[in-house]
Ligand binder design. Sequence first.
Ligand SMILES: NC(=O)c1ccc[n+]([C@@H]2O[C@H](COP(=O)([O-])OP(=O)(O)OC[C@H]3O[C@@H](n4cnc5c(N)ncnc54)[C@H](OP(=O)(O)O)[C@@H]3O)[C@@H](O)[C@H]2O)c1
Length: 284
Amino acid sequence: MMEVSHASLNHGDLNDARSGRVPPGAVLGSDAAGVVTQAAADGTGPAVGTRVVAMAPGAFAERVAVDVTALAPVPASVDLAVAAALPVAGLAALRSLRAAGLSREKRVLVTGASGGVGLFAVQLATHAGAYVIASVGSAARAEGPARAGASEVLIGLEGLSMSPDIVIDSVGGPQLVQAWDKLAPGGSLQSVGWTSGEPAVFPPYATVGPAKSLNSFLNQGEFGGDLATLIQLVTEGALTVEIGWRGSLEQVAEAAKALRERRVSGKAILAIGSAETEASVVGR
Ligand SMILES: NC(=O)c1ccc[n+]([C@@H]2O[C@H](COP(=O)([O-])OP(=O)(O)OC[C@H]3O[C@@H](n4cnc5c(N)ncnc54)[C@H](OP(=O)(O)O)[C@@H]3O)[C@@H](O)[C@H]2O)c1
């Protein structure tokens, strides 16, 4: 059991709230950071008082029970607000890049690059030494990915001049079709999300040609090991968490509005049961 001090709001939480797949009355949220208040009875988890980050269904709560395989310790040098940003978006970025076979000689295209998954994917691919092309929706959204180390930042995909070996796509719709068209032979497109909400219409024969793959992606399995990797990267300064909105859990509707309106660069962080009450879109 952990006492949650911070949670982050994900696009997936908005989907959960709207879709009906989470039953009425259930607590939303997936990303939690805080302190262990009760250790696992079988002695396998961290001790009471340990600072932890977790993939925790029902994270928007003061206390949440967490599987010991879904958490990682957070050193004192890492702010719990920063740690809370990592689970859903950080794991999706790390694991989709891994599934696509990331290596330093690869050209990586990241769509939705100013968002949670996107900004982490840009940084992780850059850290691996890859050439990273970030695609955003407008000029105003280009700053984050540029700061995160992208080799190029494009508005949409019109200006894409080279064929990427890897695409991390969180936008879907027409952009997915365009990205697929540009994907190099042997390449891998990881379909991580679909923020556009638009259908993807492939022209005839778009999927006929030299072999390349379109892969569906889902965060699943055990998360503790990869959460520890993300925390380690933050500790080393190789991964920076951009917090584009912060406020309290009571202001979650405001955070959701900012996320829907594409005003959050990076992550939205909610303080739970703490003194942090002023909502703010950071740096805007
Ligand atoms: N499969 C998984 O396990 C998994 C895990 C995490 C997330 N996801 C999914 O991945 C997607 C992104 O999640 P996130 O947390 O990174 O979301 P986010 O922080 O809200 O970022 C989404 C980005 O997509 C772009 N975008 C938003 N609406 C758009 C639209 N109508 N058309 C085109 N671009 C749009 C925005 O960039 P611009 O404003 O620059 O266009 C925004 O920065 C969501 O669909 C989420 O459900 C899936």
